[in-house]
Design a protein around this ligand. Structure first.
Ligand code: F6P
Length: 359
């Protein structure tokens, strides 16, 4: 009989509870014991580690659709993968993690995390040498290489779309525009997908250069005198600082376009998990359990052309574009951006959405 641990790290997103629920269900059916590690690495570093022992009733199915993590992701400002690396305390931190894992005597750990957590887990892989490490990708940013989808993305697109849909009605009443700032760090996936869903007039993402004068002309020639412009939080405008939505808003105001800014912020990480995210969570949970059955370790579950598979963490880290985090010396984080052959980059301009200077 195996004993497995499950832990959620990094920023939360909707879909985490579905993964936890499905992992617990599949594990109990196999006769395994499941412990949930509370507050991510924060709880694992404590002596003894803070845990929750799961049975069938610990996380009721009706709660598995709720956003957030039933296990929590850690206190803001606590020592975690990223803050330890940033503060040069990674060796001591790894020692604590190792001690916590030994105390729990796990056969396997399912780590549900984003780019930062997975890259750091691989960089510090010695910590997990005595167990099987199986990761499940989650993030609203969809910036992880080697998987076509990450848990939480679909719900975030739905949340942002709903937010913009509401603004569209008040925009129409007052013949004005809303500049909405989307999350996503330096990846434009969330803004691009929600923008197409909403029928935004323009979508500005970090991957594509844009021209303010062209944007202004595009808005002035739009078939409506109201609408939504979605800007990614990762865009920049030479010579300007501050929030990207504010920068764009000021430019539009200067050009005589009446507008307001709107910031959906962390509502993009909330919201009941969409059916698509629940299905993805169920599939990746099942894939992770099979990986444990098969004795795999240092792997990440992935969706590839609608099939689920595992990929080596080493390949994950080497894939995409490796980015050096200025705050974490020696760490190469693997990032995936909107690819130039993303079909939405064709569809959007064909339908009159300005997405920047693509030609
Ligand atoms: O990576 C997920 C994410 O929501 C980003 O889109 C956003 O930039 C960041 O996390 C916000 O982090 P915090 O919750 O620490 O403000």
């Amino acid at each position: 009989m195996k004993k497995i641990g499950i832990m959620t790290t990094g920023g939360d997103c909707s879909g985490l509870n579905t993964v936890i629920h499905r992992v617990v269900r599949g594990a109990i059916l196999r006769g395994w014991t499941v412990v949930g590690i509370l507050d991510g690495t924060d709880g694992l570093c404590e002596n003894p580690p803070r845990i929750l022992e799961f049975d069938e009733h610990t996380l009721p199915i009706e709660n598995a659709r709720l956003a957030g993590s039933f296990l929590h992701n850690g206190h803001a400002g606590a020592l975690n993968f990223e803050t330890a690396a940033e503060n040069g305390r990674i060796a001591a931190f790894n020692k604590k993690l190792y001690r916590g894992l030994r105390a729990l005597d796990l056969d396997a750990l399912i780590l549900i995390g984003g780019n930062g957590s997975l890259s750091l887990a691989w960089a510090n892989r010695e910590t997990y040498r005595d167990l099987q490490l199986v990761c499940i990708p989650k993030t609203i940013d969809m910036d992880m290489p080697m998987t076509d989808r990450t848990i939480g993305f679909d719900t975030a697109v739905q949340q942002l779309t709903g937010f913009c849909d509401q603004l569209m009605l008040t925009a129409r009443s007052h013949h004005r525009w809303f500049v909405v700032q989307a999350m996503g760090r330096d990846c434009g996936q969330l803004a691009l997908n929600a923008g197409v869903a909403v029928g935004a007039t323009a979508i500005l993402i970090p991957e594509i250069k844009f021209d303010i004068d062209t944007l202004v002309r595009h808005i002035k020639h739009a078939p409506t005198d109201y609408g939504v412009i979605i800007v990614s939080e990762g865009i920049s405008l030479r010579g300007h600082s501050g929030k990207p939505a504010d920068m764009i808003s000021r430019k539009l105001t200067a050009a005589g376009i009446v507008n307001r800014t709107a910031f959906p912020e962390h509502t993009q990480r909330a919201g009941d998990t969409t059916a698509a995210d629940r299905i993805l969570a169920s599939r990746l949970a099942d894939c992770a359990l099979h990986a444990i059955d098969n004795g795999e370790t240092y792997v990440m579950t992935a969706l590839d052309c609608n099939g689920c598979k595992t990929v080596a963490l080493s390949d994950f880290v080497a894939a995409g574009e490796t980015v050096r985090d200025p705050k974490i010396p020696d760490l190469l984080t693997s990032n995936a951006y909107v690819s130039p052959d993303d079909p939405l980059l064709d569809v959007a301009p064909h339908l009159g959405i300005y997405i920047g200077e693509t030609k």
